[in-house]
Write a protein that binds this ligand. Sequence first.
Ligand SMILES: *Cc1c(COP(=O)(O)O)cnc(C)c1O
Length: 366
Amino acid sequence: MSHSLLDLPPMGAAHFASIEDRVARLLSTRQDVVITQGEALLPLEGAIRSAAGPGTTALNVITGPYGQTFGDWLRDCGATVIDVTVPFHTAVTAEEVRDAFAEHPEIGFVSLVHAEAATGNTNPVAEIGEVVRAHGALFYLDAVASIGAEPVLPDAWGVDLCVIGAQKAMGGPAGVSAVSVSERAWARMAANPRAPRRSYLSLLDWKERWIDGGRKALPHAPAQLEMLALEACVERIEAVGLDTVMSRHASAAAAARAGALALGGGLEPYVRDAAQAAPVATTLRTPPGTVAADLVARALAVDPGLPLAAGGGALAGEMIRVNHYGPGATADVVRACLTGLGGALADAGSTVDVAAALEAVDGAWH
Ligand SMILES: *Cc1c(COP(=O)(O)O)cnc(C)c1O
């Protein structure tokens, strides 16, 4: 066993703050960036409980499983929640958000998932941000599955609470996450008597005990290994260039889509419009008479390393996820996934053309 992971010098406040600053640069933001020492569900829940309360009317856009969870937290905070549910094969439009404001002008909080790794769609945040800003509402965004795969620009888009995690397209650790917080969002939290304080979910604790003191002393022992992994992962993105990392994800999504169509056997992109398909992961609809979870199990039995998964819950029957993110955003990984799925479909009696699929992957790779 290596002891190099155990015998590290302690991480000081300046080092911790420098990692926050690098994450802020990745987001092109001048807002405060708080690194939260847990998986992304921590800042996702903390930000909602901090900013929403009994006086809040929240528009909650549901384009996948996370939106459902956010609605549950909002209701638990005492907020009045207006859910807009969009079929999982598509994205929400700015028009639908505008309509919701027209019907409910009292909306003061909007929660949205940028890209959904679980359903494979991505939402037009810039356009929606304009609508939200025009109505003065606070804008909360889950960018866990978009950061690193496509542009995430909280300042340009008017996002007040932008949550990221490193475990998807950034190819980093899952045990730390971050949220950028606008001045408006801090003011909303300060005015919320129910905002968590002296709590693991509290963002205000970090503001008072860390940011307002000039980030000179850490309030708790840092999750050092995770912080070093986050720093290494941001360093790697900086070295290659964020644009290069994002274009690799865009290529992987285009290649997976083209490859699946060329493979045949009844496999289809789950998200109908390519412009609404997330660069982080491609979801596929399985042909009638097959079960997605069975096809994935067959493919994994041959090649256990493939980043394939069946859809969650009720989607396990009809949806396959190709998780071509992080180190998986390569043409080889997409080729291997289509080869595996082609084999599984052939075993199940479908006629497929793996050679055509591989050719389509190469043709679509930019
Ligand atoms: C992956 C993901 C998260 C993080 O949750 P996990 O349960 O760790 O996967 C949060 N939001 C979205 C949209 C994600 O895709």
